[in-house]
Design a binder for this molecule. Sequence first.
Ligand code: ARG
Length: 466
Amino acid sequence: MTQQQTWSQRFESALHPAIARFNASINFDIQLIEYDITGSQAHAKMLAHTGIISTEEGEKLVSGLEKIRQEYRQGDFNPGVDAEDVHFAVEKRLTEILGDVAKKLHTARSRNDQVGTDTRLYLRDQIQQIRHLIRDFQGVLVEIAEENIETLIPGYTHLQRAQPLSLAHHLLAYFQMTQRDWERLGDVLRRVNISPLGCGALAGTTFPIDRHYSAKLLDFDAVYENSLDGVSDRDFAIEFLAAASLIMVHLSRLSEEVIFWASEEFRFVILKDSCATGSSIMPQKKNPDVPELVRGKTGRVFGHLQALLVMMKGLPLAYNKDLQEDKEALFDSVNTVKACLEAMTILLHEGLEFRTQRLAEAVCEDFSNATDVADYLAAKGIPFREAYNLVGKVVKTCIASKKLLKDLSLDEWKQLHTAFEADIYEAISPRQVVAARNSYGGTGFAQISKALTRARSQMTTHTNYL
Ligand code: ARG
């Protein structure tokens, strides 16, 4: 079928070759081929079910389409630009295989509802795959957290030493962030899994189709209520890109932390050879390319979200060719998110080693136990703000005399306030500082054990989507 033959007889000459290339989406939407075939098979079955075509014709269409699926899987179906897009490519091949009966497939359908169906089927699959990858990532986080309940790590606010934490607590923060990602994707799925098939070009069709029947065959939960909305809507794609962007926000924050943890300034982690790269000129270098790439790729996904929002803004109903631009944005975002989740899972699992000795030293070398001195006094009835001011002064004097709080003698403590007793030393030891934060969701060791139990049960909770 040449370009002229694709269109109705009103066209007299073929497309300019450069315009044909410009117009074509086959180079990227070929990725939708299996969804296109599955969608067309459901459409053919519906046409037969409603008597619009005969049962025999329906069966021929279904098996012809199946043959194309096999050809594609074997690498024998490679349509070029002349096919324009995957929908025409499949229809053209079906006509070669079946002859005239293939021409009945497009009854009561338009490429507008067809492409919407394909995109939703693709995204539904990809969302499930991404959710599995999130589970793998969370599994590794929980594993490392379990081994590091008692490993302490400096906690920061404003990137200034704030209060020490259990390393498990730090890692479980990422667990909860990705748990929201997993749930959010489930919520997006509710609106992805709605069938536009049968909306036709924009207005529905004159044929007595059964949209619910084809929707059921394709495992959609519902059908679009309004045909015009059904072919115009890309909210589901934007929602997915927003959810994907948040996944990247979370991965890029962890990436940034790993990058500085691995620096000479921090030395909190060692990068293993399997996940680090060298420099072409500086022989001593070991670079954190994996988290850097994840951090860098984050911008792509944000960009695609922005591109789709702008593409949709002010777009008149219903289908406009602008909508063809949604695919590369979706494909690239899906591939990026999957690759980043996988790489970060491997990095955590085998590419990083926490330097526990160095971490243990790090939590002893600062004033991140100062709050605990104030809490100590407050627990003895001194108003917290008063205690806070007093400890501020203590820290100032310590800095001047190059001491840490633990270096003050009991006499010095008592001079500061008579309420201080010998148990102040225990109260400001990093281990106790962490253990004492036993409020719900806090870093105290007893809380971490409970948090781990909750995390494990969150991971195994499978409601339908959420
Ligand atoms: N390749 C097109 C797309 O991806 C398919 C739909 C074309 N529909 C149309 N009316 N030209 O959006």
